[in-house]
Design a binder for this molecule. Sequence first.
Ligand SMILES: [Zn+2]
Ligand SMILES: [Zn+2]
Length: 306
Amino acid sequence: MSLSIRLLGTSASRPTIERNVSSLAIQREGETFMFDCGEGTQRQMMRYGVSFALEDIFFTHMHADHVLGVIGLIRTMALQGREERLRLWGPRGSARVLRRAEGLGFERSTFPIEVLEIDPGQRVERKDFAIVGFAVDHRGSASLGYALVESERKGRFNPDRARELGIPEGPLWGQIHRGNPVMLPDGRVIEPSELVGPRRPGRTVVVTGDTRPCPATIEASRDADLLIHEATFGDEEAARAMETGHSTAREAAEVAREAGVRRLLLTHFSARYSRDAVDLEREAKTVFAETVIGKDGMEIELAFES
Ligand SMILES: [Zn+2]
Ligand SMILES: [Zn+2]
């Protein structure tokens, strides 16, 4: 069950030579979900091999550097003759802006576009995971972070013990693994608990979008495998981070430490750190060692812990 994250743009506010504006793709078992779609994202997708067949784009908020790319992306999808629906998800109040994006620059799309607003706490349920919105703290605007939360998995099956008990390999093993007691030809009943370990947690990835450090992020990313947090500024601009509703790298690291995440991936850097983010890296790592400075095109794969 593969799960990976591809950063498509890691610059705040405007593109630089090194970095495009915000977007990232989460790829899970052949399905792609996009989070934010700054200007030029479609070209980043081509460059880094992210499929245009995606069906869902989640927007954290409606600031230009997170949204403008969807206009060109929809246009290209229409030129390609796409017929599958595209869903655009965003926080309260975003539908008006997203519908405008839909109509801009061309007359009629070849495919249906659904625009849906999400409230904090609302879950978009899929078969064995959910994408859950949570309210972040960014300039008073309705802004959401998103957590992709996988369901618990079956416990581990013990084949050696099964052989010891004389259970023939085959469909009975599957039944027991799925949690059903089975009766053997000799009349013995085998309970799943004899052969199957405790259920194992799925993986969690959290995307904050733009935000001040906030309790909702800590709660949503408790024990998460990966927290992707904005880090627009360094320590020297901590006051500016506060004024503009952003975080410093150190503040993002404090959130990661507080939440007990496994890894922290920083993104959304002010242009002044575009070429050289070593200061941000150092400041964050003094607080949280497992910090990675994001780069356009970077891919991170997430394995199961157990
Ligand atoms: Zn931004
Ligand atoms: Zn913003």
